[in-house]
Ligand binder design. Sequence first.
Ligand code: SF4
Length: 172
Amino acid sequence: MLIDDYEIELETPACDLESPIYAAKVRLKADVSDVLPYVNATVDKAEFIPGIPVLVWREEGHRYALRSNEIAISTLDDRRHAEKVTRSIVDRINAIWEDRENMKPSYDSWEKPKVLDILRQLPGTNCRECGVPTCMAFAAKLAEGKQYLEDCPFINEEERADKLASLQDMGL
Ligand code: SF4
């Protein structure tokens, strides 16, 4: 088994303490660098940088960043949810590793969306509630993977559903 031990660290977001959304850093005891190209072969729109290495993709409402000794997972309700989502991705990575001889590894990388294309889908009010001074700065951080869509409290508003869908189509 590739991953048989890990620790979950929950990070509290600063944006909405009334209904917080958490992110988790899952610290792995094993070095999982060799499995990244195989995981890359199974996911859509993944950004893969072999030199770091890091594989980033979005799936079922979560953003995953898989590194040699860590999995970062966004959009978690609480520790229990974090444990469930972590167990699921760890089991999947272990299964992929066991099956690697039947798979073709992928070193392809999805191209990140442009900051201006992201900006066009944001509210544009520069209200700062996401923790940065402008929507442009937030768009830049989204493109770099340093913030998540959930950090803007207005993105999920019903009338913005089309724009949210566009942002998700960009793999954010
Ligand atoms: S919270 Fe949303 S609307 Fe406000 S500045 Fe950040 S991205 Fe723009």
